[in-house]
Design a protein around this ligand. Structure first.
Ligand SMILES: Cc1cc2nc3c(=O)[nH]c(=O)nc-3n(C[C@H](O)[C@H](O)[C@H](O)COP(=O)(O)O)c2cc1C
Length: 197
C-alpha cells in the first residue's frame, strides 16, 4: 500500500456532515500508510460545462477555475472517493458539475482514469432520502471512466457508505450503522487497491 494515492472529493457546498465523513475515511486510510488528498467543493468555483466542445479540439477545458486542481488530482490518484450530500434525491449539483467537466480529461485520452479504484459515500438528511440513487450516479461516473467501483458488501453497504445525518453534525457522528457501512467499504476499497493497482 506504500505510495498509493487516494483522492477524495467532498461534493457539499459547505463544510459540515459530508466533510466530517470523508475526513474520517481519509484519516483511516492515511493511518494505513496511504497518501490522501481532499478536495472540498466548499468555497470553490466550478462552473458548469457549456458543451462548447473546446476540449474535444484543444484537449483542455476552456474554463479555468478550481476544476484545474481536480483534473490534476484525478489523474494522480490510484483510488478515488466521491462523497456527496444527498440533494433532491441524488448527488449535489457541485459534484454533478465535476462529473460533467471530467469530459475534458476524456478528450485528452479515454484511458486516463481507467483501472483506478472508486468508492462512494452518500450522506442524507433523511434515513432513506436517496442515498442509493446518489451511489448509483457515482458508480455510473466510475463506470463511464473505466474506474472500478467497490461495494462494501452485503448487510448494509451494498453500493457504498450510506449515512443519515438528520441534517446535523452531532447526529451524523452518532450514526453507528453509517460508520459501519463506511468501515466495510474501506476494507473492500483497500483490498481492491492491493489487488488491482
Ligand atoms: C437543496 C437540498 C436538497 C436536499 N435534498 C435531500 C434529499 O433529497 N434527501 C435527503 O435525505 N436529504 C436531503 N437534503 C439534506 C442533506 O442531504 C443533509 O442535510 C446532508 O447532511 C447535508 O450534507 P452537508 O452537511 O455535507 O452539506 C437536502 C439538502 C439540500 C440543501
Amino acid at each position: 500500500m506504500v505510495d498509493m494515492k487516494i483522492f477524495g472529493i467532498c461534493g457539499s457546498p459547505r463544510v459540515n456532515t459530508t466533510d466530517y465523513v470523508i475526513r474520517n475515511a481519509l484519516d483511516k486510510l492515511k493511518s494505513h500508510g496511504l497518501e490522501t488528498v481532499l478536495f472540498s467543493c466548499a468555497g470553490k468555483t466550478i462552473k458548469p460545462c457549456m458543451h462548447c466542445d473546446y476540449c474535444l479540439k484543444n484537449k483542455k477545458c476552456i474554463i479555468e477555475d478550481d476544476m484545474l486542481d481536480v483534473y490534476e488530482n484525478l489523474q494522480n490518484a490510484d483510488g478515488i472517493i466521491l462523497a456527496t450530500p444527498v440533494q433532491s434525491g441524488g448527488i449535489s449539483s457541485n459534484l454533478s458539475t465535476i462529473m460533467d467537466r471530467t469530459r475534458a480529461l476524456e478528450a485528452i485520452d479515454y484511458n486516463l482514469l481507467r483501472g483506478k479504484i472508486g468508492m462512494s459515500i452518500a450522506v442524507g438528511g433523511d434515513r432513506t432520502g436517496g442515498q442509493d440513487f446518489a451511489h448509483l450516479k457515482n458508480i455510473t461516473y466510475f463506470m463511464i471512466h473505466g474506474i472500478i467501483p467497490v461495494s462494501g458488501g452485503p448487510f448494509g453497504s451494498n453500493l457504498g457508505a450510506s449515512f443519515w445525518s438528520n441534517d446535523s453534525l452531532e447526529d451524523v457522528k452518532k450514526d453507528e450503522y453509517g460508520m459501519e457501512s463506511l468501515n466495510r467499504a474501506l476494507v473492500e476499497f483497500s483490498k481492491f487497491l492491493k489487488k488491482y493497482i
